[in-house]
Design a protein around this ligand. Sequence first.
Ligand SMILES: *Cc1c(COP(=O)(O)O)cnc(C)c1O
Length: 356
Amino acid sequence: MKVHNFSAGPGILPAEVLKQAADACINFDHLNLSLLEISHRSKNYEKVMDEARAIVKELFEVGDDYEVLYLGGGASLQFAMVPYNLLSENGSAAYVNTGVWATKAIKEAKIIGTTHVIASSEDKKFTYIPKGYQIPSEADYLHLTSNNTIYGTQMHAFPESPIPVVCDMSSDVFSRKVDASKFDLIYAGAQKNMGPAGSTMVMVKKSALGKTGRKMLSMLDYQVHIKGGSMYNTPPVFPIYVTLLTLQWLKANGGIAWIEDLNNKKASLMYNEIDRNPLFYGTVATEDRSKMNVCFLMKDPTMEAEFDSFWKAAGISGIRGHRDVGGYRASLYNALPLESVQVLVDCMKEFERKKG
Ligand SMILES: *Cc1c(COP(=O)(O)O)cnc(C)c1O
């Protein structure tokens, strides 16, 4: 039976990408060698790294003032690397707290230097995106999280900022058009919306670096990784390759304009049903609803067990909510087809009929 994968992360990848990745494990680039057993310095792999870096700039439509890196350590390491590289010894950083991931980013930044939380939605359990806050013009940077994977909120507009903006786009990178030139640094753990776990994409404006006055540890220094062409040490070769295949799949199907349109259709289908169906309700402020992670609850939680066996029987996987929110979370990442959302919506309708 076909499985409809709504996993929040690691998330769904395109079927043809998985096939290509499997082939490369056995025979990469007609070498009769596995991608897993060749040097990252080989011509064949260098091409992968070059293309994987270039396609990010192409999809973000930025020029040579930006550099792209693929690093280990997850998006979580970026919580530390961002302040380490951008927060000057006597300066400060401004953070907007929109949930679990932003909270973790703030914790690391506070260890590195003066960090101010200038807005937060913690008062309402992170169910909305704060707006209209003042951005301190003397801070070194403003840190945002574009999509709150756990609570299901998303920034549908970014604030006009007088200072450089850094954004954790882990769970909505390349899901929609953004003006990347407005950001000095964008990072994303690949495993939500652009590839498998194991590598994190960092796109940084070169002019933002080298200003902290701090003595830098090599592995934590973006400039060292830039100089090394993202191969200062052995990079996570396989995750980077699969990320490249995923981004090539995106581009070949019509790029950001295509996926944004499809993602809008998937999200409308899902939210329309949540709003229509008397058994369910959405958990976040309507205007801040995430198009990637759709969180919803049952009005009568005693029905959950029965609903769970119902959707499992329909081949649906991965919609149990995060333990902090409960209920359900349907993640509609790029590789999830509209058809899978239709299966879930039909399942909700059918369950309503059964109960009605
Ligand atoms: C998953 C996630 C992270 C953490 O990613 P890791 O790669 O596990 O460190 C950070 N930020 C956001 C928005 C996420 O969704």
